[in-house]
Design a protein around this ligand. Structure first.
Ligand SMILES: Nc1ncnc2c1ncn2[C@@H]1O[C@H](COP(=O)(O)OP(=O)(O)OP(=O)(O)O)[C@@H](O)[C@H]1O
Ligand SMILES: [Mg+2]
Length: 395
């Protein structure tokens, strides 16, 4: 029961009862956007929603759109999924409407259940939408408007798809998609992703294109849930559990209790005991934390957080961010005034606006928290520990 990296599904999925109930309730009326830092369990929750809807016999499709590069590809994935979802009559109805709208789709409807059909449909839609996609996409509005629903469409990694598109396409696409949601009374979208949607849409249309989504924040595990997870893992292994051990595990992870970080500590503990023997104890947990997680073998767990600065920030911003985060990781907290000094030195820029924009971004991307105004600290204790070791001196 220790998923480390891939989404937690089936018996591995822990808790999130309040979140899933809330989302299921919300999609009765609204589209939902999951908002959470990386690794908080968004995909796991979306998969859970998919299972819950399936068990209630409600049509739902899950689309992971990370590799989508253009509006045409997005529409192809969306429409193929929609044709597949729901009962046979639903499929035929949607498909007939598509056939009427698009000459290229002529197909034998008897084959609709087969994988060959699906492959053909995909390649024809792809061809159909490879040019003049917007003109053709408008025809879809009518088809979507006729879906009597409720159909739930889950789009994981949606912001990445937008990021992958050419800027002009992305802008036009977001406007089209906004209108599609307005006209499709029977369809509810749930979107999520590992990069910030606000950051992505900022340059291509701004928030108005996504302001109809109801934002649902996903936090860390509650303390009682996290403690019971530790207890369960320890007991499943046949070891003796003590509340002190549970406490030490939670102290390593810090608050908020990021599910992925909790799983890393627990799987490290399990590995250590399997290899070297011993029994769970606060001392062993500390040793595992320092050796297996903060040591070089745990490096890959966190590399992403440092790499992302290079990918989503400009060179200047990344350099300044690195210098600031290095200093924040070395202290409990850092005053914004000192951070501004670091920014000026590192970029050669005096622009306070640029500095404040960078802080807002670091805050938004959950690197730093600013609960006390003017004071920066690392958002995650565990990430801070790691950063201090590998990046504190590298500004
Ligand atoms: N409900 C859960 N039960 C058990 N483990 C979980 C749960 N949610 C998250 N995890 C842990 O966190 C890891 C990441 O989960 P998931 O992929 O769902 O997160 P995510 O927010 O979609 O991540 P990303 O931002 O990278 O897309 C899982 O491999 C697992 O270790
Ligand atoms: Mg995910």
């Amino acid at each position: 029961m220790l998923p480390v990296g891939s989404p937690a599904t089936g018996d591995d999925f822990i808790d999130r009862e309040r979140e899933t109930a809330f989302i299921l309730d919300t999609i009765e009326k609204d589209h939902v956007m999951l908002v959470a830092p990386r690794r908080f369990g968004k995909t796991s929750i979306m998969r859970k929603i998919e299972r819950d809807l399936a068990s209630r016999h409600k049509p739902c499709v899950f689309l992971e759109v990370e590799s989508v590069n253009s509006p045409g590809e997005f529409i192809t994935d969306l429409v193929t999924a929609l044709v597949e979802c729901g009962g046979a009559s639903h499929k035929t109805r949607i498909f007939s409407a598509l056939e009427k709208a698009f000459a290229r789709l002529q197909e034998n409807l008897d084959e609709i259940e087969t994988p060959v059909f699906r492959a053909k449909l995909r390649s024809r839609l792809r061809a159909e939408f490879s040019d003049d996609w917007l003109e053709k996409a408008r025809k879809l509005d009518t088809i979507f408007a006729e879906i009597d629903g409720p159909v739930c469409i889950i789009l994981d990694e949606f912001p990445v798809a937008i990021q992958n598109m050419e800027a002009d396409d992305a802008r036009t696409f977001l406007h089209w998609f906004r209108r599609l949601r307005q006209v499709s009374a029977g369809v509810r979208f749930i979107v999520g992703g590992s990069v910030s949607i606000d950051h992505v849409v900022y340059g291509v249309g701004g928030t108005p294109v996504i302001n109809d989504f109801r934002r649902v924040g996903i936090g860390g595990f509650e303390e009682s849930v996290a403690l019971s997870v530790v207890e369960r893992v320890v007991q499943d292994e046949g070891w003796e559990y003590s509340p002190e051990t549970g406490r030490t595990v939670l102290d390593c992870v810090g608050d908020p209790c990021i599910p992925y970080f909790l799983m890393i500590v627990l799987s490290g503990l399990k590995e250590e005991i399997e290899i070297s023997g011993g029994a769970p104890s606060p001392a062993l947990v500390d040793r595992v934390y320092n050796k297996r997680i903060l040591g070089s073998e745990g490096r890959h767990y966190f590399e992403h957080y440092s790499r992302r600065l290079r990918i989503t920030y400009s060179d200047q911003e990344a350099k300044a961010a690195r210098a600031i985060l290095g200093r924040v990781s070395a202290a409990e907290s850092l005053s914004a005034a000192i951070a501004y000094d670091i920014f000026r030195r590192s970029t050669g820029s005096e622009s306070e606006d640029a500095f404040l924009a960078l802080l807002a971004q670091l805050n938004h991307d959950f690197y730093v928290a600013m609960e006390t105004p003017g004071e920066l600290r690392f958002y995650s204790k565990m990430l801070r520990d790691w950063w201090r070791i590998y990046h504190a001196g590298t500004g």
